[in-house]
Design a protein. Structure first.
Length: 537
């Protein structure tokens, strides 16, 4: 298949995925962070409307002013448009609002898929390589699930991939147009997570190398650099209301806060041990990446990194003689530098490695290069080439089948490196996604009357109810202050903090389990005793 045909196929695939997302969006529950993310957008909406259009637009009620808001330094380039769209569509019920947000998040993810395709296509000069890169992203189970509800890490990852693609285009064609486009892409990434400034630093270093070695005339190079810096700064400030009052000072505040992730002071479950998020072992991030990435991608990554490092050393780092050399070093740097920085700075991490999701585009690009190099090495052995292609296809089928079986709980994926008994070793449904299925089970199990229910584990049932239908929502009673509520829900999150959640509570019968590929990730209990201090229907 030639490149134009494959390009059309990719766009057809993206369109099909957009339609698939429309069908799947109602399958996913509400994640723990989503109400707070929506609140961030509401605070920004009030601030912008009252600053630019005082008295013209009705603000969201009961929302703190920006300067009093704890999360005022969070980027709003996704959250603010989401709230604006909510207003334009006149959505009032939380179920409709969060379904809209889920679909919007998924569309941004699809833009990231296209960007990954462009990266692989450009870097390897092969449309098939681009298709492989995009396929690996789509067949990364945790990323696919979170593409519906993680408006922070997934959106940042997608915009980071877009900015990487515009950077590669700028380095190959250093024109004014490409500089402005890349500045916009950089600003969008920065205005989701301040760590996007890494893209700006990478861009300036890469352009400087081209100028120093004479592959970019210095007048043109300085013009491009100045235009990029000026455009980026203006766009970052324009789309980040927190920066309006004091751009430089507030930017430093945001960067200091985000570099440490220090607002969260909880613990994480790591190899069965409860460890403070502020005192993680150096290998925490590399291990989480290794156990939640499909094995075929890890294998290709090892080949890609080895081949890239070997090639760079053999060529004595002559980065300026071939666009590939510079792009390869950029990918290697954008993968390893953030991980090294997290280790060196002893940054607080929680819930796996989601704060580092933005390194995934570089990881996939290096894995794609590994596959491309293997394919080239087998050029004299057609049979082996077909065998290698068969291995890739087989791995894709295995992962795809797992994703179908686990739907919509692909977010609890672990690869074969972990073994059995996941929940005693690592945190599973820390997003609280399975809570929706649990509450819907109880609504069917007890078809009438109020349902007294309480979480036995550390999980937000009240948030989950926001995505249920209003009549169902009204039947749920979470304000249970009795010793023995009629129903308990246990998703095993925080099992070491809140007693041994792995044991059946006294007086309760386990009436339902949610199982993902053999692992129980949530259980529902019903009280069987006769206690005066017990809820009744």
């Amino acid at each position: 298949m030639n490149a134009p045909s494959l390009d059309r196929l990719v766009w057809a695939l993206v369109a099909a995925l957009a339609l698939l997302g429309l069908l799947l969006v109602t399958d996913y529950g509400l994640s723990w962070d989503e109400p707070q993310q929506r609140l961030i957008g509401q605070v920004a909406f009030n601030h912008v409307s009252q600053t630019l259009f005082p008295g013209w637009i009705a603000p969201f009620p009961d929302v703190q002013p920006l300067h009093h808001f704890r999360d005022r330094d969070y980027g709003v380039v996704f959250e603010l448009p989401a709230v604006v769209l909510e207003r334009l569509l006149r959505l009032t019920d939380t179920r409709e609002i969060y379904f809209m947000r889920h679909y919007l998040t998924f569309l941004v993810f699809l833009a990231g898929v296209v960007a990954i395709y462009r990266l692989g296509r450009m870097h390897c000069n092969s449309a098939m390589a681009g298709f492989l890169a995009a396929s690996m992203l789509l067949l990364s189970p945790r990323f696919f699930a979170e593409a519906f509800y993680n408006s922070k890490d997934i959106v940042f990852m997608a915009l980071f991939a877009i900015a990487m693609a515009t950077l590669f285009r700028l380095l190959r064609e250093p024109t004014v147009r490409n500089a402005v486009i890349h500045a916009l892409a950089t600003a969008l990434a920065v205005d989701v997570r301040i760590m996007g400034l890494l893209l700006a630093a990478t861009t300036l270093v890469a352009i400087s190398l081209l100028i120093i070695r004479g592959f970019l005339a210095w007048p043109q190079g300085l013009k491009i650099t100045a235009l990029y810096v000026l455009s980026s700064c203006l766009l970052i400030i324009l789309m980040f209301p927190f920066l309006w009052a004091d751009p430089w000072g507030n930017l430093l505040i945001a960067f200091a806060n985000m570099s440490q992730f220090g607002r969260w002071g909880g613990d994480v479950l790591y190899f069965g041990q409860l460890i403070s998020g502020e005192n993680l072992p150096w290998h925490y991030a590399p291990v989480w990446i290794s156990i939640t990435t499909p094995p075929i991608i890890l294998a290709l990554l090892v080949v890609g990194v080895f081949a890239t490092v070997t090639r760079l050393l053999r060529n004595k780092l002559r980065l300026w003689e071939n666009p590939f050399e510079l792009e390869a070093l950029i990918a290697l740097g954008l993968l390893t530098a953030p991980i090294a920085a997290v280790i060196a700075l002893e940054s607080v991490l929680y819930n796996g490695w989601r704060q580092l999701y933005f390194v995934y585009p570089a990881l996939l690009l290096l894995a794609t290069r590994g596959a491309y190099d293997i394919y080239q090495w087998l050029s004299r052995h057609p049979a082996l080439r077909y065998g290698f292609a068969a291995v890739l296809i087989s791995a894709a089928i295995v992962t795809g089948q797992w994703m179908v079986r686990a739907h919509p709980m692909q977010n609890v994926y672990f690869n074969s490196l972990v073994g059995d008994q996941h929940k005693t070793q690592f945190e599973l449904d820390y997003w609280g996604l399975a809570n929706r299925e649990a509450l819907e089970f109880l609504l069917d199990y007890q078809p009438s009357g109020p349902i007294p229910v309480r979480a036995k584990s550390f999980t937000p049932l009240e948030f989950t109810a926001l995505i249920l239908r209003p009549p169902e929502r009204d039947r749920l009673d979470f304000d249970v202050d009795h010793d023995h509520p009629r129903y308990l829900i246990n998703n095993y999150y925080g099992w070491q903090r809140h007693g041994n959640l792995l044991e059946l509570p006294d007086g309760y019968l386990r009436i339902h389990d949610i199982v993902v590929t053999g692992e129980i990730i949530l259980s529902i209990y019903e009280w069987q005793g006769n206690d005066d201090n017990t809820d009744t229907q």
